[in-house]
Design a protein around this ligand. Structure first.
Ligand code: NAD
Ligand code: IPM
Ligand code: MN
Length: 360
């Protein structure tokens, strides 16, 4: 089969990690006889430099017309850029938000799995780690604070700014359904995270989530306040199966979830909508502090590519193969610096990609 992938390397470490993910995809293609063809798309800072805007209409169309989109990361102050002196809607991150919205990718799936091999890289105490953990954050991605009205102006002689958090019941119901469907195939527990003790949007979230739950009597629903959840993730991550939450809470909690799996360099993600087209990207950013140094961990991106094989192409066996290859390479003791521990073998970004591709 031929699969058309729009590839967006982006900024900072983006091109370095994308290169490794493509290596692994090519290895999958050779082994299983698939043809992955790549169309390079500009987004973020590199697009601003080339076109003046972070995402052109043409780039969005290329993404829309592809079978799946693979993204590195965008943004960051790299190489003395002037990106952040531009108005907000012309900055790198605006391109990413426009892409997610433009493709209607409202469901962001971020699996937080502590591989046995990485227990030494987990900052939690051994008794907390216990048997390890495996949960998934289901984050609403096209609503909430990210897409509400915002302004900055003078009010009563004071510089004043506002951001608006809006959700309607349909937006809540469709993401809740995704969480329940995922939970149904797992340990059948949804923890819906909100701030219902303060926010109206959270009180509606809680109501609608409860209504959706009536269609899933086999799945347990608990509600948790977001501040408590942030604490519970480090106190007892093993309690979670599926965490369902709104856009901003999900952004913050998923970075926290990544760290308990050893490193943000391990957390993959898939952003999905109604059809088969998805956007696959690591949860981390462009890491300007290590860009160009061959230090970045490419595993989050490689595991995101595996999610692409699974969700957009229905290539489950191939996806399993990539995930196994990652585990095998970790088992053999190879580590990038972010997950390094005593007596392991330190490798760079490119070597890690080579090893995983070989293992495939
Ligand atoms: P970041 O995730 O880029 O980096 C945070 C820390 O994690 C840094 O110390 C970095 O070195 C480290 N890190 C991140 N990815 C790593 C990897 N693969 N291997 C090893 N270490 C890794 O977050 P930040 O510094 O807050 O953001 C930098 C820029 O990236 C910002 O402009 C932000 O808006 C953007 N960003 C983009 C995306 C995206 O494109 N999807 C996601 C998050 C942040
Ligand atoms: C992420 C990132 C983005 C987000 C930024 C870059 C807009 O942090 O994918 O987690 O907040 O969604
Ligand atoms: Mn984030």
């Amino acid at each position: 089969m031929e699969y058309n992938i729009a590839v967006i390397p982006g900024d900072g470490i983006g091109p370095e990690i994308i290169r490794e993910a493509m290596k692994v995809l090519d290895a999958v293609g050779r082994k299983y006889g698939h043809n992955f063809s790549y169309t390079q798309v500009l987004m973020g800072g590199v697009s601003i430099d080339a076109t003046g805007v972070p995402l052109t209409d043409e780039a969005l169309m290329t993404a829309k017309n592809s079978d799946a989109v693979l993204l590195g990361a965008v943004g960051g102050n790299v190489g003395g850029s002037n990106w952040y002196s531009l108005p907000p809607h012309l900055r790198p991150e605006a391109g990413l938000l426009a892409l997610r919205k433009g493709l209607n990718l409202y469901a962001n799936i971020r699996p937080a799995i502590l591989f046995d091999e990485l227990k030494a890289a987990c900052p939690l105490r051994e008794d907390i780690i216990g048997e390890g953990f495996d949960f998934v954050v289901v984050r609403e991605l096209t609503g909430g604070l990210y897409f509400g009205d915002r302004w900055t102006k003078e009010v009563d002689g004071l510089r004043t700014a506002t951001d608006t958090l809006v959700y309607n019941e349909n937006e809540i119901a469709r993401i809740a359904k995704i969480a329940f469907e995922i939970a149904r195939k797992r340990r059948k527990k949804v923890c819906s995270v909100d701030k219902a003790n303060v926010l109206d949007s959270s009180r509606l979230w809680r109501q609608v989530t409860k209504e959706v739950a009536e269609n899933y009597p086999d799945v347990e629903l608990v509600d948790m306040l977001v501040d408590n959840c942030a604490m519970q993730i480090v106190k007892d991550p093993g309690q979670f199966d599926v965490i369902l939450t709104e856009n901003m809470f999900g952004d913050i909690l998923s970075d926290e979830a990544s760290m308990v799996t050893g490193s943000i360099g391990m957390l993959s993600s898939a952003s999905l909508g109604e059809g088969k087209l998805g956007l696959y990207e690591p949860s981390h950013g462009s890491a300007p502090d290590i860009a160009g140094q061959n230090k970045a961990n490419p595993i989050a991106t490689i595991l995101s590519a595996a999610m692409m094989l699974r969700y957009s192409f229905d290539l489950d066996m191939e996806a399993d193969r990539v995930e196994e290859a990652v585990r095998k390479v970790l088992k053999k003791g190879y580590r990038t610096v972010d997950i390094m521990s005593p007596e392991k073998t330190l490798v760079g970004t490119d070597k890690m990609g080579d090893l995983i591709a070989q293992e495939v």
